[in-house]
Design a protein around this ligand. Structure first.
Ligand code: UD1
Ligand code: MG
Length: 445
């Protein structure tokens, strides 16, 4: 493929979102919509990527920069045609093809875009269409044979035109010189008083240029203009990712109840139970089992590990191979080494748990004193009895035992047994006396 550039339109006001946040920064799968589009642009290996941002949308330019893309400013939001024009000076001296993408259509795939670009063989301009169940709001594509004659916006369309099912999805491509030349000829005489990118098609026809089109699957091209659209796109995204993971060998017992992030990695032969939420930055290795009702973010689950039901893994939790983390256990910023177990009701924060250690029910690492976080270091083969309170910073040597109910404030050497609790005292007959006294008192009142 010859040199080509991608221009992503991301300057729109997004009025229908009713948000202070720029529309393209609203997230799908925990990643801003613009991030999805930029990731797709990258897989297409464009020579240049330019994001068109509004002057006051700092986060948009920042996101573009972090993805290695350039950004151009559209001073006033005068429409999609004007937005493409805003990228012209950034693309000065660029002579290849330009592909325009909309930042509010995050689900388009590289494969579909390649198909569209291939249509440039034999056409001067190409536009991508799709057939949404409800076409309201979309531009309608007026075609004749394989030629695209014009695109008419919903608000400008006649009754008859509105009956056309083929809608413009956003992606459009052509030679840089052709696009920018034609953009000079469009005006704002339309229902919205905007420069429409879509008017380029009719303008091209007038000059004897040929416009072609390709069609995409509906769920790829959902445009997000409102919160309801955002939810629809999210659902489509979730379904797609779950499907991809299942195709790659992951079992989902009830896929529809599992929430994934855009960057969730789950390796083959892992099993995910019902109602599991994967926040950002999670990797689950081969053969691991995530049982029902877990919440996992910023964590790595090692091969063959078992997590849940009802476990919470927070950022920095690293579970090595074969680790068991059971119900109502929370792990944060901690490495749990090979084969260690914490099966019930525990909090492990800023901790290392050595290989094969066993953490009893109710164990809490006290890692925070209101000012600072400090570390707990638990050696291999350590046995921590139930309801132990480990006051950090504290170190428990390999093979040590911590008696149940202990409050551990001092380091414990290897193979020692620590008792950090009051001694038990049994008072003979005291319970019987107590009961007798109490019932007497009650009878008096
Ligand atoms: C647009 C198309 C419509 C198509 C639909 C697909 C036009 C005129 N209409 O309508 O044919 O069916 O998308 O989803 O192109 N933007 C800017 N600057 C602006 C205006 C918009 O950067 O001045 C950006 C927005 O951030 C957005 C994209 O362009 O990412 C599309 O704008 P939007 O206002 O959502 O257009 P639609 O009404 O959805
Ligand atoms: Mg839109």
């Amino acid at each position: 493929m010859s040199a080509f550039a991608i221009v992503v339109l991301a300057a729109g006001k997004g009025v229908r979102m009713k948000s202070v946040r720029p529309k393209v920064l609203h997230a799908i799968g925990g990643q801003p919509m613009l991030g999805h589009v930029l990731a797709t642009a990258k897989t297409l290996k464009a020579d240049r990527i330019v994001v068109v941002a509004a002057a006051d949308a700092e986060g948009v330019a920042q996101l573009a920069a972090s993805a290695g893309a350039a950004s151009a400013v559209q001073k006033e939001q005068l429409g999609t045609g004007d937005a493409v024009r805003a990228a012209e000076s950034t693309l000065r001296n660029f002579s290849g093809n330009v592909l325009v993408l909309f930042g509010d259509a995050p689900l388009v795939t590289a494969q579909t875009l390649r198909k569209l670009i291939a249509r440039l063989d034999g056409a001067d301009i190409v536009a991508l269409g799709f057939r949404p169940a409800d076409a309201t709001g979309y531009g309608r594509m007026v075609t004749k044979g394989g030629t695209l004659e014009r695109i008419v916006e919903h608000k400008d369309a006649s009754e008859e035109e509105r009956r056309i099912g083929l809608c413009f999805a956003g992606p459009m491509a052509g030679k840089a010189a052709t696009l920018f030349e034609l953009l000079k000829t469009i005006d704002t005489r339309n229902a919205q008083g905007e420069y429409y990118l879509t008017d380029l098609v009719a303008a091209a026809g007038k000059r004897g240029l040929r416009c072609g089109f390709a069609e995409a699957a509906t769920e790829e091209m959902l445009g997000v203009n409102s919160r309801a659209d955002l939810a629809t796109a999210e659902a489509a995204f979730q379904e797609r990712r779950r499907r991809e993971l299942m195709d790659a060998g992951v079992t989902f017992i009830d896929p529809a109840t599992v929430y994934l992030s855009a960057d969730t990695v789950i390796e083959s032969d892992a099993t995910v139970g019902p109602f599991v939420v994967f926040g950002p930055n999670v990797t689950v290795r081969k053969g691991a089992e995530i049982r029902a009702f877990c919440h996992i973010e910023g964590a790595e689950v090692g091969a063959g590990a078992i997590v849940g039901p009802f476990a919470r893994l927070r950022p920095g939790a690293v579970l090595e191979e074969g680790v068991h983390i059971g119900n109502f256990v929370e792990v944060k910023n901690s490495r749990i080494e090979k084969g260690a177990k914490a099966n019930h009701l525990a909090y492990l924060g800023d901790t290392r748990v050595g290989a094969k250690a066993n953490i009893g029910a109710g164990t809490i690492t006290c890692n925070y004193d209101g000012f600072q976080k400090t570390k707990t270091d638990i050696g291999k083969d350590v046995f921590v009895g139930s309801n132990a309170t480990l006051v950090a910073p504290v170190k428990i040597g390999d093979g040590a035992y911590v008696a149940a109910g202990s409050v551990v404030t001092d380091d414990i050497e290897a193979d020692a047994m620590a008792f950090g609790r009051a001694r038990q005292e049994n008072k003979k007959g005291r319970a019987k006396e107590f009961r007798a006294q109490k019932s007497k008192d009650k009878a008096k009142t």
